[in-house]
Design a protein around this ligand. Structure first.
Ligand SMILES: [Zn+2]
Length: 131
């Protein structure tokens, strides 16, 4: 079976997309950090001021947990993107790990860290549903 790989020019193009995504996530995480710090300093104020603020602090904690979850999801995404960059360096980027065929350019532009082509992805998803 003949293997197809993306050429240097395409790899460079995908690398740029990944780089832009990473930048976006870094900026998101920075903003999140600031929000979390703000929430923390707010809590201290409430504590020293009034005990009846506890109900509101509860929802604050929930907000913070949501922010934290979002932040950890974003950092996981960063790892995926880093792995994708490694694959670009190795030259095996954009190849489906299941069927070894090239993943479509359109899909990689939308999901640059994809390791499965659409067909295999759908296969996996439907497999999960029947479980
Ligand atoms: Zn595949």
């Amino acid at each position: 079976m003949k293997l197809n790989y993306y050429g240097k020019r395409e790899l460079k193009h995908f690398g740029k997309i990944i780089f832009e995504k990473k930048k976006e996530i870094f900026e998101n995480l920075e903003t999140l950090k600031e929000t979390m710090l703000d929430a923390n300093s707010g809590e201290y104020d409430n504590d020293s001021m009034n005990f009846s603020m506890h109900a509101e602090q509860g929802s604050d904690a929930m907000e913070r947990e949501k922010t934290f979850l979002f932040a950890s999801r974003e950092s996981k995404f960063l790892n995926y993107l880093d792995d994708a960059l490694k694959r670009i360096k190795k030259g095996n980027y954009g190849i489906c790990v299941d069927c070894q065929k090239l993943i479509s350019k359109k899909r990689l532009e939308a999901v640059p860290h994809a390791q499965l082509c659409v067909k295999c992805k759908l296969k996996k998803n439907s497999g999960r549903k029947t479980l």
